[in-house]
Design a protein around this ligand. Structure first.
Ligand SMILES: C[S@@+](CC[C@H](N)C(=O)[O-])C[C@H]1O[C@@H](n2cnc3c(N)ncnc32)[C@H](O)[C@@H]1O
Length: 227
């Protein structure tokens, strides 16, 4: 691992870099945001009044979250102030918060969505970050974490050549689960995902049956607060 990446430096070209790295799978980088939010929408059955995207970056997922949970108050947060500025410009009706040591306690959220954040958090700070997230989840609420799958060689190759992944330390699902448990979560579901490119629509219906197979580009975990 080298120096910590500052996402303030990538607000202008984040989408372009993502597109370059992933166009073999989907020509549109929006596909990944829509895909993840759709997984969350399908899993959540209880009404969602408040939803937090923790580590929202430039806000790529926010419009899809708004569309999937139209009744919810949606909040985005990140440690990158410049990313949040971009997110605000693109999503003027959404509240965005800078995550710093002074971030105040807030009304709990029914759903917290965290995509591609933990592999950027220094290893020795991951449990503390997960605890902070736990402190914001409502009783009965759901946390969804999406992470790169380190067992997939294509994913590893993308990460090793992407400038904003310079500080990435990927987590195996078992490591992610250990962190969540240590922070007071109970695992509800887990699945590998992103197996089949959208250019093969006839095969995408197979995806839900492949969740056990550790070859998806990413994986996700749904967790709730342990009793
Ligand atoms: C790869 S980007 C993903 C952004 C967004 N979730 C998405 O899917 O497009 C990772 C983001 O995590 C943020 N981040 C890293 N460490 C964080 C922390 N401890 N708390 C909140 N955000 C963090 C970075 O600033 C960056 O915006």
């Amino acid at each position: 691992m080298s120096n910590r990446v500052n996402f303030d430096d990538y607000t202008d070209n984040y989408n372009q870099l993502l597109k370059e790295k992933t166009q073999f799978f989907s020509p549109s980088e929006e596909y990944f945001a829509r895909y993840k939010v759709e997984i969350v929408r399908k899993q959540v059955r209880a009404p969602v009044k408040r939803l937090l995207e923790y580590g929202c970056g430039i806000g790529r997922n926010i419009p899809f979250l708004q569309h999937a949970f139209p009744q919810a108050v949606i909040v985005g947060s990140d440690i990158s102030g410049a990313s949040l500025e971009t997110a605000r410009q693109e999503n003027p009706d959404i509240e965005f918060l800078l995550e710093d040591d002074r971030t105040e306690s807030m009304e709990p959220f029914d759903v917290i969505f965290v995509a591609g954040v933990f592999h950027h958090v220094p290893v020795d700070q991951r449990i503390a970050v997960a605890r902070k997230i736990a402190g914001r989840l409502a009783a009965g609420g759901s946390l969804f974490v999406f992470e790169h799958n380190p067992y997939n060689p294509v994913t590893r190759r993308i990460v090793s050549t992407c400038p904003y992944d310079d500080d990435a330390v990927l987590l195996k699902p078992s490591e992610m689960l250990g962190i969540l448990r240590a922070a007071g979560f109970r695992m509800e579901r887990r699945s590998y995902c992103l197996f089949i490119p959208p250019s093969l629509p006839a095969l995408t219906s197979l995806e839900p049956h492949l969740g056990w197979l550790p070859l998806g580009g990413q994986y996700w975990v749904q967790a709730s607060l342990a009793p």
